[in-house]
Design a protein around this ligand. Sequence first.
Ligand SMILES: NC(=O)c1ccc[n+]([C@@H]2O[C@H](COP(=O)([O-])OP(=O)(O)OC[C@H]3O[C@@H](n4cnc5c(N)ncnc54)[C@H](OP(=O)(O)O)[C@@H]3O)[C@@H](O)[C@H]2O)c1
Length: 207
Amino acid sequence: MSIATIGAGRMGRGLARRLAAAGEAVTITGRDVEKVAALAEDIPGDVSAGPIAGAANADVVFLAVPYGEVAAAVAEAGSLAGKILVDITNPIGPDFSLAVGMTTSGAEEIHKLVPQARLVKAFNTIFSDVLDIQLSDPDTPPQVLYAGDHEFANQRVEALITAMGFAPLAAGPLENARLLEPIGLMTIQLGMKLGHGRRVVPRFVEY
Ligand SMILES: NC(=O)c1ccc[n+]([C@@H]2O[C@H](COP(=O)([O-])OP(=O)(O)OC[C@H]3O[C@@H](n4cnc5c(N)ncnc54)[C@H](OP(=O)(O)O)[C@@H]3O)[C@@H](O)[C@H]2O)c1
């Protein structure tokens, strides 16, 4: 399966690096093709670059742009019908509030823009810095929560999370993005306001 990112910022690059290290072929797409080509060259493995219009050629597309830019980015990507679209965004409003409130989620609003895509919410609860962590065997891998309505898409994303060295946790249907997004914002509070740094990770444990 081919993978693309829309966006080549901290998350887009970090995901590409981690996915390529797991042996996946990744195309990083962005508005400035020369810039993303230079970024792709710096990442070891099967990593290429291209325009956003080409992202929809991939089977799995990671949406790695700010929430407020999603509509423009998916419009440029063309038809994402049938594609697995991984929404990693946190819909951040003023003062780190939830831009969409609690009666919907950023993911559900994105799904309205691309209803034919098989949307999975994932990776919004970890900082980009966590994508750079080198894990050794005894370490407990960071947990990555994901939620989505399509079984095949969920399975595929779970497999990618595992291949990247993380511990996937199925968080139910896409509607549960309403709960994952506040966890993302809480993580930002912990990391950036409450002194825990950008390697803090939420983790559910069964005792
Ligand atoms: N950073 C984190 O730790 C973290 C953690 C979890 C989730 N997230 C989420 O991940 C997403 C990306 O965050 P980030 O930290 O990687 O952001 P970032 O470093 O600021 O990078 C944003 C990327 O989006 C691109 N972009 C912006 N507007 C665009 C548009 N209209 N069309 C196409 N591309 C556009 C930018 O391209 P240009 O270079 O052309 O401007 C850039 O490549 C956000 O939704 C954020 O909430 C971030």
